[in-house]
Design a protein around this ligand. Structure first.
Ligand code: SAM
Length: 260
């Protein structure tokens, strides 16, 4: 059986036995992709709830789909939070796309001393919408059923004040310990990675960061671009503690026998 098209749609809708699709999902499905009635789709709410549905009726402004199967999938990878100093231009787009593919669970953009100036609020709203679309598309393409969280841009002190129970690592080219040396044998609950901007962290920031419990680690002798550093460390964590032993999901829907 070929893979059905996947869509993230608003959560509450997936609890109904008949789902009415309107707005953007309807437009994309019926006007852009020209999906016909009878087609099977996989609708996802972004928290792991999955619904295999069949499109039954297509009207001018909405379509109706009948639920064939409904099940809940857990997030299987390591909980990884990537705190990324806001980089120049559209580099954060790449970080979000590749980070989503690699299994980052939370993206936290952060404003630091040497980073680009804080964007104006109206630009930030537009950027947030674009970032969310990039995450959705990357999650759809990589078959994630749980959408990574995108946190609002915060200052470094605000981010450092947050507690998660994670192992906290700051990627620092001047760190005296390697990443490998800082990683425990048994899996931590999660890992938070903090990556600096193009200009790096200031000395004062490094004092604050380490005082907040972050271990400074280096990634070898080469200086990586800011958009490379987090994406280089993430697969190491997935390989050691995450779900890389697990093959990609086979879309055999009958394995989800338990209806919710
Ligand atoms: N301004 C710094 C310099 O010229 O020495 C380099 C900053 S680097 C382009 C941007 C960020 O990527 C750094 O703040 C750090 O978080 C991370 N990074 C780059 N290379 C790294 C390495 N070899 N080890 C650990 N982190 C690295």
């Amino acid at each position: 059986m070929s893979d059905p098209l996947r869509f993230f749609i608003s959560g509450g809708l997936l609890r109904e036995d008949k789902i009415s699709l309107c707005g953007e999902p309807f437009h994309h499905l019926c006007h852009v992709l020209r999906v016909k009635s009878g087609a099977e789709l996989l609708l996802l709410d972004g928290t792991g709830l999955c619904c295999l549905v069949r499109l039954e009726q297509i009207e001018a402004q909405h379509a109706t789909a009948r639920v064939l199967q409904r099940w809940q999938e857990p997030e299987t990878g390591l909980s990884i939070t990537l705190i990324q100093a806001l980089p120049k231009g559209d580099k954060f787009d790449l970080i979000l796309q590749k980070g989503t593919e690699l299994g980052v669970c939370t993206f936290q953009p952060v404003q630091t001393e040497h980073a680009v100036p804080r964007p104006k609020p109206e630009r930030l709203v537009k950027r947030n919408q674009r970032w969310q679309r990039i995450i959705n598309e990357a999650a759809r393409q990589s078959r994630r059923t749980v959408l990574p969280q995108l946190q609002p841009l915060q200052s470094l002190p605000e981010v450092l004040a947050q507690e998660s129970g994670h192992l906290k690592l700051v990627l620092w080219e001047a760190g005296s310990r390697s990443l490998a040396a800082a990683l425990p044998e048994t899996s931590p609950v999660g890992v938070t990675l903090l990556v600096g901007p193009e200009g790096g962290f200031s000395a004062a920031e490094m004092v604050q960061i380490t005082a907040a419990g972050f271990h400074a680690v280096h990634l070898g002798p080469r200086i990586l671009r800011t958009e490379t550093a987090g994406l280089a460390a993430t697969p190491v964590l997935q390989y050691l503690y995450g779900d890389w032993h697990q093959a990609p999901a086979n879309e055999n829907f009958n394995q989800h026998e338990e209806m919710l």
